[in-house]
Design a protein around this ligand. Structure first.
Ligand SMILES: Cc1cc2nc3c(=O)[nH]c(=O)nc-3n(C[C@H](O)[C@H](O)[C@H](O)COP(=O)(O)OP(=O)(O)OC[C@H]3O[C@@H](n4cnc5c(N)ncnc54)[C@H](O)[C@@H]3O)c2cc1C
Length: 454
């Protein structure tokens, strides 16, 4: 008896690991069971809220075997959720990145993740298959107490009363609606309104991604050199290729082993193909009791190292903010605060990641020549391609960037907001509301007495 009670307490404590005293438990409905939706469900359950996730797919899709990059700022969150061992089981740790030219296959140097840096960041840089990560988050969300409904296609949402209408005609009421339904979803359309068609993405290129077995690569004399690199000897080969829409014509210019690699991508039964467009970060992320997160709010090119990370950070930020909710009147203000906290980071990362895709996929031009010359010069001097020097960190912009992007702690960002604005705002409202009601009464009383006297 004691044993089972004890177990129960441990489980409850684990589920509500960060729950503050006095938090008002709210009902959240999250539209979309992608990485953003499931992470948000985990984070919100952990601080004591009730979460229902709606997914239009009929069942969990394990077929999406495309590869994803997990950056240190994202992995640190997953480790904090107690998923270190599970993440290590499904992912491959990256030791570094080699750069080669697509056309000539010229080697332009390698960037190596330093153990010392990873220790400081308390994280890793790793690769994972999309379906494996999503399944892990799905199972964790259920374990934390969230409900996930499949075949639940949201076709309308009323942000004022927090109500969602499903294709089946069913209406769901809640306290907060979270739109995690991706770039083409309902909630991004709602936020853009008539602008949605005008701002629809211009499809610039595609990201093809898949995993090829180690044997296939190793048995091919033109490709086996890939496993001679000191990175990733133990596992299958993940490929993520950005290419123009007319892929066949782009392949004509590629070196022979890249042609082979690309053909392997196309022959894979589990290829994932995502369009890369020019979608921008939404100007507004909240209206009434609706908040839009993940790629619905700030679409990044699939495969970029921050596309998953930003989505997971959104979930943690929302939960951290709502770990302080004490009465209903705070809901809209908390959602606006969430937007204030997340918008600058999303915009900065968006610009950087779009710039990185452009940098990596330049067409033949003067700019591309300059890029290659600079990389060759670094390679010949033994400097890593991103120019990171560990000798003089303080004066090294790359180091600062590394700390700002990978060392970023979203919970600290929310707490900083509270320390600067939140507590002040709450206090001024608490102080302001009561005296203002009293002062209205005083002035009405004095008005009445004035009238009587006159
Ligand atoms: C199938 C798939 C495979 C992917 N593969 C890769 C990959 O290999 N590498 C990579 O880097 N990135 C991949 N991505 C993209 C990556 O997941 C996103 O860039 C990032 O994780 C942010 O995702 P998100 O959760 O905001 O949106 P999304 O990943 O787009 O998820 C949105 C979810 O909402 C659901 N949905 C949409 N509209 C509704 C609605 N009206 N009602 C209910 N549910 C709705 C969708 O079915 C989807 O599950 C993939 C995305 C998908 C959907």
């Amino acid at each position: 008896m004691y044993e089972s009670n004890h177990l129960l307490i441990v489980l409850v404590e684990e589920k509500c690991a960060f729950q503050r005293k006095g938090v008002l438990p709210l009902k959240f409905v999250v539209i979309g069971a992608g990485i953003a939706g499931l992470s948000t469900a985990i984070a919100l359950c952990k601080v004591g809220h009730q979460v229902l996730v709606l997914e239009r797919e009929a069942r969990f899709n394990d077929a999406a075997k495309g590869g994803c990059r997990m950056s240190p700022n994202m992995i640190r969150i997953l480790y904090q959720w107690g998923l270190r061992d599970k993440i290590r089981q499904v992912s491959v740790r990256s030791k570094g990145t080699s750069l080669m030219l697509f056309e000539s296959e010229e080697y332009l140097g390698k960037y190596r993740w330093q153990d010392e840096v990873m220790r400081e960041l308390e994280a890793d840089f790793a690769f994972v298959q999309y379906a494996d990560l999503r399944r892990l988050l799905y199972e964790t969300a259920l374990h934390c107490g969230a409900s996930v409904r499949f075949s639940a296609h949201a076709i309308d949402a009323d942000p004022i009363v927090a109500r969602i209408v499903l294709e089946s005609g069913e209406c769901l009421n809640c306290d907060v609606v979270v739109g995690a339904d991706g770039t083409c979803g309902l909630t991004r359309k709602m936020m853009l309104g008539v602008d949605f068609e005008g701002k629809k993405k211009l499809q610039l290129m595609k990201m093809y991604s898949t995993t090829v077995s180690k044997e296939v690569i190793q048995n091919d004399p033109d490709l086996s050199y890939l496993y001679k690199h000191e990175y990733g000897e133990q596992s299958d080969f993940m490929m993520c290729i950005y290419g123009p829409y007319e892929w066949e014509s782009a392949l004509k210019g590629a070196g022979p082993s890249f042609q082979k690699l690309a053909r392997l991508v196309f022959s894979s039964p589990s290829i994932s193909c995502a369009p890369i467009g020019n979608e921008s970060v939404l100007d507004d992320w909240t209206t009434g009791r609706l908040v839009v997160i993940g790629s619905a709010a700030h679409p990044l090119p699939s495969g970029s190292s921050q596309s998953l990370a930003l989505s997971i950070e959104d979930g943690v930020a929302l939960a951290r903010q709502f770990s302080r909710v004490r009465y209903e009147g705070q809901i809209e203000r908390f959602l606006s605060a969430f937007e204030d906290i997340r918008m600058p980071r999303s915009m900065a990362i968006h610009a950087k990641e779009i710039g990185m895709v452009h940098y990596m996929s330049m067409q033949a031009s003067e700019e591309q020549e300059l890029r290659d010359q600079s990389l060759r010069a670094k390679r010949d001097c033994g400097i890593n391609p991103y120019g990171l020097s560990f000798m003089s960190r303080a004066s090294c912009p790359e180091w600062v960037e590394m700390v700002e992007i990978y060392g970023y702690c979203i919970e600290d960002a929310v707490d900083d907001w509270w320390a600067t604005w939140g507590n002040l705002d709450e206090k001024s409202r608490a102080n302001g509301e009561m005296p203002s009601t009293a002062s209205i009464r005083v002035s009405i009383d004095s008005f009445i007495s004035d009238v009587h006297e006159s």
